[in-house]
Design a protein around this ligand. Structure first.
Ligand SMILES: *Cc1c(COP(=O)(O)O)cnc(C)c1O
Length: 396
C-alpha cells in the first residue's frame, strides 16, 4: 500500500487528463447535423438512405446495408432474420460485451459460451467444435478490439456444421483479414456499432451488412414496427398513398437522419481515424517493450487491425497487480477500462449457464490481468509516453 501511494503521487508537471477514449467531432459533423435540423426532416429519411448507400459502397462486394439505432438492435435483427428462435442454440465467445449474447436470449434461444484463443483473444474454434450440439444454429464471431477473426476458418467451421454466421464488428472498422475488408465476407450478417466510443460514431447507432437480400428485407421491416413500408416512403411525396400493412410485431430500431448525417461525415474520415489509432498502437509497442505484460496481437500479414482498443494483460509474476496499475493510472488522471469481464463470470450468465473451473481458462487468465490503455485518434506521442512511463514505473 505504501508503495502504491508513492506511485500514485500527483505528477510534478501537469500533463493534463488523458481519457481512455475521445471521439473526433469536427466542424463538418456539426454543420451536417445543423443542416438536418434545418431541413425539418429529422428522423429516418434521405440521410439514412445516403449513409446506407455510402456504407455499402465503402465495403464493396455487393453488400446491402441497413441502418439501425444501435449495434445491439442490429445483432438482434440479424439473428431474428437468420431464423434464430426458441429451441435453438448459438455459439458466442465469453470474452465480449454482454449484448452479443443478450440478443440471442431476446429471441428465446440459448447461448453456448466458448473460450477464446490466448494470443488473438478471438473465439476458440477448437473448443467450439467440442461444445457444439445438434441444436446449434449459428455462431457469433467477435472481432475483439479490432483484431480480425480468421474468417476463412470461421466460415468453413460454420459450413461444416450447417451454421449461420453473424459477425459482431462493433470494434472493427476498417479491418481487413487476408486482404478482404470485414463486412464483405460471406457471413450471413455483419454488424457495426456507432456508439460514442466506437471507431466511427453517430452518438448511438449501428449498421447491419449482408449479401442476402432476404435478411436485408426482413431487417428493414423489423426495424420499423414490422411495417411493410417505412414512414419516409409514406410521407415523402404529397399525394403519396397512405396505405401500409403490418406483417410482423416488429421493433423500433430505426436510425435518425440526425445520426446518419454524423455517420456520413465520420465515414469519410474512417481511414484517417484508423491510421491515427494505428500510429498510437505502434508507439505503445515501442514504449511498452520488455515489461511483464502481454500486448494485443498485431494483425497477421495481409490483414489490418482496426486498433479500436489497446488491451494489455499484466502477468501474474509482475510486481504489481492490474488493480494497482489502474489505481496508479487513475491517480495520474489517465483513464482506463477493462474489456471485458467475461460473460461466464457475470451473475446472469453464470446462473443461466453454470460452468466448472477450467471451462474458460484462457478468458479467466486474461481477465485477471486485463486492462485497456487509452487509445483514440489524435492521441499525442507525449500522451502515449506519459501512459507508458506510469506503466513502466509501476511494473518494471
Ligand atoms: C459496443 C458493443 C456492442 C453494442 O453496440 P451498441 O451500438 O452500443 O449497441 C456489441 N458488441 C460489442 C463487442 C461491443 O463492443
Amino acid at each position: 500500500m505504501q508503495q502504491l501511494r508513492a506511485i500514485a503521487a500527483p505528477p510534478a508537471v501537469d500533463y493534463g487528463k488523458i481519457p481512455c477514449f475521445r471521439p473526433v467531432i469536427g466542424r463538418a459533423e456539426i454543420e451536417a447535423v445543423v443542416e438536418v435540423l434545418r431541413s425539418a426532416w429529422i428522423t429516418t429519411g434521405p440521410k439514412v438512405r445516403e449513409f446506407e448507400a455510402k456504407f455499402a459502397d465503402f465495403l464493396g462486394g455487393g453488400v446491402e446495408a441497413v441502418a439501425v439505432n444501435s449495434a445491439t438492435a442490429g445483432l438482434h435483427l440479424a439473428a431474428e432474420a437468420c431464423g434464430i428462435g426458441p429451441g435453438d442454440e448459438v455459439i458466442v465467445p465469453t470474452l465480449t460485451f454482454t449484448a452479443t449474447g443478450s440478443v440471442i436470449r431476446y429471441l428465446g434461444a440459448e447461448v453456448v459460451l466458448v473460450d477464446v484463443e490466448a494470443d488473438t483473444l478471438a473465439i476458440d474454434l477448437d473448443q467450439a467444435e467440442r461444445r457444439i450440439t445438434p441444436r446449434c444454429k449459428a455462431i457469433m464471431a467477435v472481432h475483439f478490439g479490432g483484431y480480425p477473426c480468421d474468417m476463412t476458418r470461421v466460415l468453413s467451421f460454420a459450413r461444416r456444421h450447417g451454421l449461420k454466421v453473424i459477425e459482431d464488428a462493433a470494434h472493427a472498422l476498417p479491418t481487413f483479414r487476408d486482404g478482404r475488408i470485414i463486412g464483405s465476407w460471406e457471413s450471413d450478417a455483419c454488424v457495426f456499432s456507432f456508439y460514442a466510443t466506437k471507431p466511427i460514431t453517430t452518438g448511438e447507432g449501428g449498421m447491419i451488412v449482408t449479401r442476402d437480400p432476404q435478411i436485408a428485407e426482413r431487417a428493414r421491416t423489423m426495424r420499423s414496427h414490422g411495417l411493410s413500408r417505412d414512414a419516409f416512403d409514406r410521407f415523402r411525396k404529397v399525394g403519396a398513398s397512405w396505405a401500409y400493412d403490418v406483417v410482423a410485431p416488429g421493433y423500433k430500431y430505426n436510425m435518425t437522419d440526425v445520426a446518419a448525417a454524423l455517420g456520413i461525415v465520420q465515414l469519410r474520415r474512417v481511414y484517417a481515424l484508423q491510421a491515427s489509432r494505428e500510429r498510437v498502437a505502434e508507439h505503445y509497442f515501442a514504449r511498452l517493450a520488455g515489461l511483464p505484460i502481454d500486448c494485443p496481437a498485431p494483425a497477421p500479414s495481409g490483414s489490418r487491425h482496426a486498433w479500436h482498443l489497446f488491451p494489455i494483460r499484466v502477468h501474474e509474476t509482475a510486481r504489481a497487480t492490474r488493480d494497482h496499475l489502474i489505481a496508479a493510472l487513475t491517480a495520474h488522471e489517465i483513464g482506463t477500462s477493462v474489456h471485458y469481464r467475461p460473460l461466464h463470470q457475470m451473475t446472469y450468465w453464470r446462473e443461466r449457464y453454470p460452468w466448472k473451473p477450467g471451462d474458460f481458462a484462457v478468458a479467466d487468465r486474461y481477465f485477471a490481468g486485463a486492462l485497456t490503455l487509452p487509445l483514440f485518434p489524435g492521441m499525442s506521442d507525449a500522451q502515449v509516453d506519459r501512459v507508458a512511463q506510469i506503466v513502466r514505473r509501476v511494473l518494471a
